[in-house]
Design a protein around this ligand. Structure first.
Ligand code: HEM
Length: 337
């Protein structure tokens, strides 16, 4: 029947909200955190958050008791909607209602992230995405965009990411106070917000990733000492093409590796790669880029993409967007919808 799949799907999506919060509890492994996981606020959500949520339910003439009434009523409505859907409603109508509610969750996350992710913090937040998702390999059954980074912060390759996660923890507490969200979803959306905040493309992110309850296997992220062929193979094992490798490496336009303004997301990474400043002994030029960045220009296939992106920022933005979506979906397990 038309109703059943969409309604069942939506019900399970609500049920999964609970599953997310329980599945993201910390394990008693050696990976201990200084801040609590899952991020849960014991206090009431901030007025700004509740206000944003209230705007989706009927407005009142003011008065806190009345506001409380409508707020509770809104929550009740949201929780019971799946059971109220008409058996005669079409599958598309049910789906669009579910999508509408999903959009509310997305907006809520974006609103809270905007409050904590500044341009100065954008690079670290974007790097967090790669370090969570980049553990995926197609021939394994672990790794990927699953929030496991929260258990992996003490690994040497993740040095410096604790503070980026802490930035996001504030946003997660606010969102969780209204509706539980997975770390995997929050990090994926945060990276996209960081990119657009710094002038990059706007990237739509699907929601519904489930969090892992344990760390991913070690040694899956590419080492900065790899040559182009090693980088290409590493990305291929993750289901990412050479084009994806080059486009995603363009993320290094953010941060302090010498590719233009550290807080501006543009195609200066590719323009500067073509100049090979590290071959000059002048000033700080020899410090520009990581060995892995420099290796890309030495490979003909990579060089073709680097040249295209250096000449056409729109093409870079378009390809970065596609590759980013692949990255944040890789290895993800989804709540059913
Ligand atoms: C191609 C393989 C890659 C390697 C070997 C690599 C390695 C590194 C290393 C060693 C750093 C410097 C960390 C530090 O300053 O201590 C770095 C920074 C960074 N990486 Fe990558 N990375 C790679 C790909 C990516 C991808 C795919 C993304 C995101 C889509 C990314 C995002 C970033 C960002 C934004 C920074 C700057 C962080 C900051 O300044 O706080 N990286 N990367």
């Amino acid at each position: 029947m038309a109703i059943s799949s969409a309604t069942t799907a939506f019900c399970s999506s609500l049920l999964c909200s609970t599953a997310i919060s329980s599945s993201s509890s910390p394990t008693t492994s050696s990976f201990q955190f200084k801040f609590k996981f899952p991020a849960k606020s014991l206090r009431s959500p901030s007025p700004a958050v509740t206000q944003a949520y209230r705007s989706s339910i009927p407005s009142t003439n003011g008065g806190s008791a009345q506001n409380q009434f409508w707020f509770r009523r809104g929550l009740l409505f949201t929780a019971t909607l799946p059971f109220l859907l008409s058996p005669y409603e079409s599958f598309e109508e049910s789906l669009s209602k579910a999508a509408e509610l999903g959009r509310g969750e997305y907006q809520l996350m974006k609103d809270e992230l905007k409050k904590v992710v500044s341009k100065g913090k954008a690079a670290g937040v974007l790097r967090l995405v790669f370090h969570d998702a980049g553990t995926f390999e197609m021939n394994g059954d672990s790794g990927g965009m699953n929030g496991s980074i929260i258990y992996e912060l003490d690994r040497p390759e993740n040095a410096g990411l604790k503070k980026s996660l802490k930035v996001l923890d504030k946003a997660k507490s606010e969102v969780d106070a209204i509706r539980a969200v997975s770390w995997a979803d929050l990090i994926a959306v945060a990276g996209a917000e960081a990119v657009s905040l710094c002038g990059g493309p706007s990237i739509p992110i699907s929601l519904g990733r489930l969090d892992s309850t344990e760390p991913d296997p070690e040694g899956k992220l590419p080492q900065e000492s790899l040559d182009a062929s090693g980088l290409k193979q590493c990305f291929q094992r993750k289901g990412l093409s050479t084009q994806d490798l080059v486009a995603l490496s363009g993320a290094h336009t953010l941060g302090s590796k010498g590719f233009g303004d550290p807080t501006v997301f543009d195609n200066s990474y590719f323009k500067i790669l073509l100049e090979k400043p590290w071959t000059s002994s002048a000033g700080m030029s020899s410090m520009v880029g990581l060995p892995s960045d420099r290796a890309l220009v030495e490979d003909n296939e990579c060089l073709r993409w680097i040249t295209k992106y250096a000449n056409d920022q729109n093409l870079f933005f378009e390809d970065f967007k596609k590759a980013y979506i692949k990255l944040v979906n890789s290895g993800a397990r989804w709540r059913s919808l």
